[in-house]
Design a protein around this ligand. Structure first.
Ligand code: IPD
Ligand code: CA
Ligand code: CA
Length: 291
């Protein structure tokens, strides 16, 4: 009699983790693009401006499967699997900050844009090793742009090495920000920063995707970006793109970047201090912990 076959999960081996991330981001990004204008359920999270659709959830499931097929022992932290709000997010990060390998994923960064058919959103995938981001992949399916960074190996868009921009003063800088989903204290502070910065810079943008703003700082298309009240999945992949392109990223208070940073300042390095000082003068030095 034939021996009963053992039920062992089939594990594909031999694919580098960066290739795994690129595969998941590009496949899922194309699927999201095919759903543009075609979502069925629109729900809200922390505020009426914080949107989620079934496409966000489906995209996260797709990424989880694509990654864990190749890396079954790694941990996975996706936005749509964490409860809404700062406290749930902090708890989720705390649980994985010492993990050997954890994938940190925002399946659609820029859901509001996705919902409105505004072609500026992305898939953001980071891999952290014991709390340090070592891979960052961001894919913008509307423009077919793939941003890839590996710790110590540089950052690339479409295979071309990226470098941050050279602006040395705020006056010649193009700076981005975002409007926090938490419409309370975070929004008030951000508006105060906006009032202070707008008259000092060449211009301001809010594209509506934190991860793409960071990728654009890395690519030298934006001189800087700040925002209050973000989460690890918004920032992790982009943080590595920025540093590997020669830029600087940290907490607005001045602390270095780490996975629990929520109030971000990323620049080409040259204007970091000047922009940070202006934001501090506008009241963004000590930002109260968000709920
Ligand atoms: C949002 C985007 C937006 C930023 C919000 C984020 P989501 O992420 O990055 O640009 O201003 O604070 O929540 O909800 O589209 O994944
Ligand atoms: Ca996001
Ligand atoms: Ca998202």
């Amino acid at each position: 009699m034939m021996e009963e076959q053992q039920k062992v999960p089939y594990v594909v081996s031999g694919k580098s983790k960066v290739a795994v991330a690129i595969n998941a981001a590009s496949k899922t990004g194309e699927w999201i693009k095919s759903k543009l204008g075609d979502y069925k359920q629109l729900n809200t999270k922390v505020s009426s401006q914080d949107l989620v659709t079934e496409v966000d959830k489906g995209a996260e499931q797709m990424i989880r499967k694509l990654i864990l097929t190749y890396c079954p022992d790694d941990e996975f932290l996706g936005e749509e699997s964490v409860g809404a709000g700062a406290a749930a997010s902090a708890k989720a990060i705390d649980a994985v900050k010492d993990s050997e390998y954890v994938w940190i994923v925002d399946p659609i960064d820029g859901t509001t844009n996705f919902v409105h058919g505004f072609p500026y959103f992305c898939v953001s995938i980071a891999l952290a090793h014991k709390g340090e981001v070592i891979i960052g992949v961001i894919y913008d399916p509307s423009h077919d742009e793939l941003f890839v960074a590996e710790k110590g190996k540089g950052a690339y868009v479409h295979g071309n090495l990226m470098k941050v921009s050279q602006e040395a003063t705020l006056g010649e800088s193009l700076v981005a920000t975002g409007f926090p989903a938490d419409r309370g204290e975070s929004l008030r502070l951000n508006m105060s920063g906006l009032n202070a910065i707008v008259p000092k810079v060449r211009s301001i943008r809010n594209g509506g995707s934190a991860a793409l703003h960071l990728a654009y700082v890395a690519a030298g298309r934006l001189s800087a970006y700040w925002e209050i009240g973000l989460n690890a999945w918004d920032l992790a992949a982009g943080s590595l793109l920025v540093t590997e392109s020669g830029g600087q990223i940290g907490d607005i208070s001045g602390d270095d970047y780490h996975l629990a940073v929520r109030n971000v300042l990323a620049t080409n390095g040259h204007i970091h201090q000047e922009l940070m000082t202006e934001l501090h003068d506008a009241g963004l030095q000590h930002i109260p912990a968000q709920k």
